[in-house]
Write a protein that binds this ligand. Sequence first.
Ligand code: SAH
Length: 245
Amino acid sequence: MMPDATKTPILYVVGAGPGDPELITMKAYKVLQQADVVLYDNLANKELLNLTKADCEKIYVGKHPYGEYTPQERIHELIQEKAFSKGTVVRLKGGDPYIFGRGFEEVLFAREHGIQTHYIPGITSMQATGFEDIPLTHRSISEGVWALTGTKKDGSISDDLRLAMQSNSTVVIYMGVKKAAAIADTYTQAGRGDTPVAVVQHASLPHRKTATGYIKNLPDLIAQHHITHPALIVIGGVVALDKEL
Ligand code: SAH
């Protein structure tokens, strides 16, 4: 499409929150109503698209069923093309766009290409474990929170897990379900296999599911409860505050 000189190219990188569509911010709500184009992915609740104007163009840029993720380069191309031809582009991402979301890559790209950028934070999915009675910190049980990735660029778990494991803080692993065996081994080999763990799938949504146990049994726990993507692994005493494991 041809650039339109009457349009101001703007990119809003917007957090869609953990799943429940009512968990977005007022700013996100307003900006969705103004959007000319929304680029959304898998974890952003589709109901949020109902907030847009009738002529807003909605483009799915997530994983394709049984297929590949939309390449990041393609998302960048769409941001550029749509911002210059249509004006206000909202990039709607699950949780918070700057927590394992590659949101800042899109901001940097847009700025390099003369597009104004704005960031609207979202509630990150680990905060939604609160609905399962799992607070991230709790006095005298957990002194802080580590948020780690189970899947780095090369596919491996964050090496920081070994550091996190030694701390008195809660450890939350995003994108970790497929690495359950390696995570369990890391703890077990360090003599910490009896650390409480919870796996929370579809946090904040009606069909959410939680399994709680000990980290040494993490792979079995996931298999027995049929837990799949998207799920978080939460490790530490906060998991067992109101439960018998
Ligand atoms: N930016 C997102 C994270 C994207 S990485 C955020 O701030 O939450 C994708 C990972 O997020 C998933 O593998 C899963 O670990 C986690 N995740 C996202 N939404 C989730 C949900 N509703 N329930 C459980 N885990 C979720």
